[in-house]
Design a protein around this ligand. Structure first.
Ligand code: 5GP
Length: 191
């Protein structure tokens, strides 16, 4: 997506070879117009797939996921990060390691908001090692719902997440793909 790539070129900060900061337009300060266009792009790509709900992981996926849900006329469910396991019959939980923080958390979803009839589109800001997306898939499957695909704003294609998900047969749709980074420099791949 040209608009997102240009914005990353202008305002994204490659901190080092692994971490890109996008906090002036995606995950700290948010650009609503860009998010609206991103929502339309995902809605257009995934429109024929019988999706019933959009899911994202709190908190940086919420803005683009909400706009996707709005564009598709569907509810958004937010998978919550809990520091530790909660014993409760009405919750699905699964442990996920955090790429940016080097810690782990329990991804949590109430059984009130998902059922075996749901076909869910996962939206997240970054795809790196694929841990967050894999955790979201595990959680959705615990509820006996199905995964329609995974929409990603920024894929760091030099990290293994894409391959991990595609090799399991998932439709992974990144809006922008980064092939290489170093401090102050970002190289994009064709999307
Ligand atoms: P993964 O689980 O694929 O390794 O990492 C995905 C999650 O880590 C995303 O939800 C995102 O919040 C965070 N993340 C991964 N790489 C980056 C990065 O380069 N910059 C930022 N801001 N977040 C990242």
């Amino acid at each position: 997506m040209k608009e997102l790539q240009e914005r990353i070129q202008k305002d994204g900060i490659a901190v080092n070879e692994d971490i890109l900061k996008v906090d002036s337009f995606i995950n700290h300060q948010v650009d609503p117009e860009l998010m609206e266009h991103i929502g339309e792009e995902f809605a257009n790509h995934f429109k024929e797939q019988g999706i019933t709900k959009i899911a994202t992981i709190e908190s940086s996926g919420i803005a683009p996921a909400l706009m996707t849900a709005r564009s598709m006329g569907l509810p958004l469910i937010i998978l919550k990060k809990q520091p530790s396991k909660v014993l409760n019959d009405h919750l699905f939980q699964t442990e996920v390691s955090s790429f940016t923080k080097g810690t782990s958390y329990e991804l949590t979803l109430s059984s009130k908001f998902i059922s075996e009839k749901d076909h869910v589109l996962i939206i997240d800001d970054f795809l790196a090692n694929g841990e967050a997306a894999t955790g979201a898939i595990r959680l959705i499957r615990k509820a006996h719902a199905t995964v329609a695909g995974i929409g990603i704003l920024i894929e760091k294609s030099f990290q293994p997440g894409h391959e991990k998900l595609v090799s399991q047969g998932f439709d992974v749709y990144p809006l922008v793909r980064i092939g290489h980074m170093q401090a102050g420099q970002i190289e994009f791949l064709e999307s």
